[in-house]
Design a binder for this molecule. Structure first.
Ligand code: 9D3
Length: 267
């Protein structure tokens, strides 16, 4: 898979690409990351990429010509017809696990990073195939958002993660699976259960007894229950869109009962 990233800060990506899943995919040949300096597609002495907004107001707006030229320069590529041209923008649809899965099936994704107050609307309308936001908070540009997209997509490419890690992606990975589904908030996932490692007691805080018991069925049930409980408290929206099995129903009933009793005791 090829990522073509158009940015005024190509160097911003160099350290990110040297670590973790992005480095691994690069070394393994599953992904190629090509950085394109937007200023290389300007035609004036000052390599100008932005200009004042028509109609007045503060800030500067990315001019359309360099972005159009940059994308048109990379057009004849494998999967060209099917390549999404993604404008990272606060006005975009939200990045979710299913969006990442959708991109992971493409041969190439073009990522356009904006800066300043915004990008000339003709880029969104006539160059990008879609706008994408990574969440409802204000960034100063699309670069970090593009890095997030690349990370989320790359780890889904076949062969990038080892078996152990990628199994987690299967929606129902069998009895061992606790927080079935991929990233929470993604395609039907729930939040993860708590994890512990040695020491069994740290500064007086003990690891839950059941995890030391060796009773694998009890441990599985406890993990599922804690995952459901955390999801119920923090992300009830996720539970609502989850197909709950019989055991989950029972565990949730236990969780509700325990919460009620606790509330009763506090009164
Ligand atoms: C301060 C300017 N804002 C006026 C209300 C609008 C605005 C323009 C440009 C806000 C942020 C940005 C830069 N952000 C991005 O390019 C961006 C982004 C984001 O800010 N949040 C979440 N996802 C993304 S993807 C690209």
């Amino acid at each position: 898979m090829i990522f073509d990233v158009v940015t005024i800060f190509p160097d911003f990506f160099s350290s990110i690409l040297e670590y973790g899943v992005l480095q691994r995919a690069r070394a393994g040949g599953q992904a190629k990351f090509r950085l394109h300096d937007l200023r290389d597609f300007t035609d004036d002495r000052h390599r100008t990429v932005d200009d004042r907004p028509f109609g007045g107001g503060p800030g500067m707006v990315f001019k359309p010509e360099p972005l159009f030229r940059a994308v048109e320069a990379l057009k004849p590529e494998p999967g060209g017809a099917d390549s999404p041209v993604v404008l990272l923008s606060p006005q975009g649809r939200l990045l979710t696990q299913s969006v990442a899965e959708e991109f992971a099936r493409k041969e190439r994704v073009v990522l356009l990073c904006g800066r300043y107050e915004g990008v000339d609307e003709r880029v969104a309308q006539h160059l990008a195939t879609e706008e994408l936001s990574i969440g409802d908070y204000v960034l100063t540009g699309g670069e970090l958002a593009a890095a997030v997209v690349m990370e989320a997509v790359t780890r889904l490419l076949p062969g990038v993660l080892g078996n152990e890690e990628s199994r987690e992606q299967d929606s129902f990975a069998g009895a061992g699976s606790v927080a079935a589904g991929s990233a929470s908030g993604g395609a039907g996932g729930i939040l993860d259960c708590p994890h512990y490692t040695r020491p069994a007691e740290f500064r007086g805080w003990k690891v839950p007894e059941v995890l030391l018991s060796g009773d694998h069925e009890e441990i599985r049930r406890w993990r599922r229950r804690r995952a459901l409980e955390k999801t119920w408290r923090r992300r009830p929206d996720l539970l609502a869109s989850l197909p709950l099995g019989q055991e989950d129903g029972k565990l949730l009933e236990e969780i509700r009962q325990a919460a009620l009793e606790l509330a009763g005791r506090r009164d």
